[in-house]
Design a protein around this ligand. Structure first.
Ligand code: TMP
Length: 201
């Protein structure tokens, strides 16, 4: 692997997507080819699965399997080829989101997710994961004033609390990969934190 794999994570409403254009520009200014993508999605099939995942009611294990089906396609067609040619891949969410949402909030057995992770991307992990962390109240307030909520965004306070805790645990367990950003600050301050992290990649 020559390129670098950077992932963005956080609860809905944490504001991570706002920073994508800036991160792309910073990486390009360092001279890198940047492939910006997202999960679920990132390929034509993955985007169709995304539409189902975000709008259809389904068993939580079906949801988990479809997340990994979309991911398999995403890695094969986008992520692995880009890394192999030395590009920097920036993905808005990856497998940490499955740990946080399907395990942390929805209770899927972590062993099943680990098994799928080993199957789908045994040899691939993000080099760096930026976790945009905000209190649950902030995330819920931002979502309430935003666009029409999808299936995930209509969940309860308890659900969001579990997601946040699951992400913070992932960060604590993977300290060399994770950079936790306090995203409950003015945009310029969050921008500065992002810039500092990108400068040291
Ligand atoms: P987004 O709004 O950040 O694009 O993410 C779409 C939703 O999908 C978000 O609510 C989180 C959810 N999701 C999971 O539940 N598990 C996953 O593995 C991924 C990648 C996303």
């Amino acid at each position: 692997m020559i390129g670098k794999f950077i992932t963005l994570e956080g609860m809905d409403g944490a504001g991570k997507s706002t920073h994508i254009p800036n991160i792309i520009a910073l990486l390009q200014a360092q001279g890198h080819e940047v492939v910006s993508t997202r999960e679920p999605g990132g390929t034509p099939l993955g985007e169709r699965l995304r539409d189902l995942l975000l709008h259809e009611t389904m068993h939580v294990e079906t949801e988990t399997l479809l997340m990994f089906a979309a991911r398999r396609e995403h890695i094969a067609n986008v992520i692995a080829p880009a890394l192999a040619r030395g590009a920097y891949v920036l993905s808005d969410r990856f497998t940490d989101a499955t740990y946080a949402y399907q395990h942390g909030a929805k209770g899927v057995d972590i062993k099943k997710i680990e098994a799928l992770e080993n199957w789908v991307h045994e040899d691939l992990q993000p080099n760096v994961t930026l976790l945009f962390d905000v209190p649950v109240e902030v995330s819920m307030r931002r979502l309430a004033s935003a666009r029409q909520p999808d299936k995930f965004e209509r969940e309860s306070h308890e659900f969001f609390h579990k997601i946040r805790q699951a992400y913070l645990l992932r960060a604590a367990l993977n300290p060399s990969r994770y950079r936790v950003i306090d995203a409950n600050q003015p945009l310029e301050v969050v921008n500065k934190s992002v810039e500092t992290i990108i400068a040291t990649l």
